[in-house]
Design a protein around this ligand. Sequence first.
Ligand code: RB5
Length: 141
Amino acid sequence: MKIFIASDHAGYTLKERIKQNFSEIEFIDLGTNSADVSVDYPDYSHDLADKIGQNFGILICGTGIGISIAANRHENIRCALCHDVTTARLAREHNNANVISFGARVIGEEIAFEMINVFLNTKFLGQRHQRRVEKINIKRA
Ligand code: RB5
């Protein structure tokens, strides 16, 4: 399993802890590479969205908000900002999310680990949810 991961400076330390904790996963780490250099979260979000293909992704900033907003500007991305295992599970079951985001300044690392585990191991339920997901990218006037 190949997982794309990126963060800004606020998410850097948690990103590194995630890579240590899930040593069986092949992470494609798109940065950033330091907690000490302030960077702009959209740069990392857009880069992940451009490169992710059919894989899953993890995006981390201080709150998870900015990095998810930027990711969701891409038609190929359904990025779910999650705070607990329930939202992580439902993001997969109902929304077929391919990217999970969260905030390193608002959740603990154990919750992050559990959310990732649930997100990566939960299947999309399809059926009525498929119809709804298909409506997400419909262009509006
Ligand atoms: C960086 O200070 C912070 O604004 C960023 O990590 C994120 O929380 C934005 O949504």
